[in-house]
Ligand binder design. Structure first.
Ligand SMILES: Nc1nc2c(c(=O)[nH]1)N[C@H]1C(S)=C(S)[C@@H](COP(=O)(O)O)O[C@H]1N2
Ligand SMILES: [Mo]
Length: 162
């Protein structure tokens, strides 16, 4: 039974990745809410994110050769769409990377959930569909290991965990 449950879990994972792939026609979706309570999440499509106030900045990064311009929606504004509230957000990536951060450390405009780099949407191979980014050049406080670890690429879920 234990192994059977594991297989079912693995299958569910495959199905959800397939669902993400199948939704490619309509564009990527960012899930925001509770991982545990049914119905307590919302799915923000690219077009819904595009309809929110946009923020952009140009910066060099440790991942790009030259300075790039990111645009998207402040993480704080995205989290305000969550049907649940809490003190911590867990940012989950398609490559199974996840990192948690206190809500109190999210500024009104920083970081942003970037939907575009140099005006182009981010493909999964280019660290998309969404990438949490900071204006690294603007302040040494954004060039720390903590901030780099919070710079989650291939973002697809924001879980409010407490
Ligand atoms: N999706 C995703 N984002 C991620 C990571 C990851 O493994 N996957 N690693 C994080 C960590 S721990 C750091 S320090 C930075 C830099 O990672 P890199 O040096 O491997 O590019 O990216 C962060 N964002
Ligand atoms: Mo890291």
């Amino acid at each position: 039974m234990y192994h059977h449950s594991l297989i079912r879990f693995a299958t569910a994972g495959v199905v959800s990745l397939a669902a993400i792939a199948a939704s490619a026609d309509e564009g990527p979706v960012l899930q925001v809410g509770s991982a545990n309570r049914e119905g307590a999440s919302i799915a923000l499509s690219l077009s819904l994110l595009d309809a929110m106030p946009q923020h952009s900045f140009t910066t060099s990064t440790i991942w790009t050769d030259a300075a790039v311009t990111f645009s998207g929606v402040p993480l704080a504004a995205v989290l305000q769409k969550s049907p649940v509230t809490g003190k911590t957000v867990e940012m989950v990536a398609l490559n199974d990377y996840a990192v948690s951060m206190p809500m109190a450390e999210i500024a009104p405009a920083t970081p942003i959930v970037a939907t575009r780099m140099d005006g182009k949407t981010l493909s999964v191979r280019d660290k998309g569909p969404f990438w949490v980014v900071y204006p690294y050049d603007s302040d040494p406080k954004f060039r720390t290991e903590t901030v780099y670890a919070r710079s989650v690429w291939q973002l697809f879920r924001l879980n409010i965990v407490d």
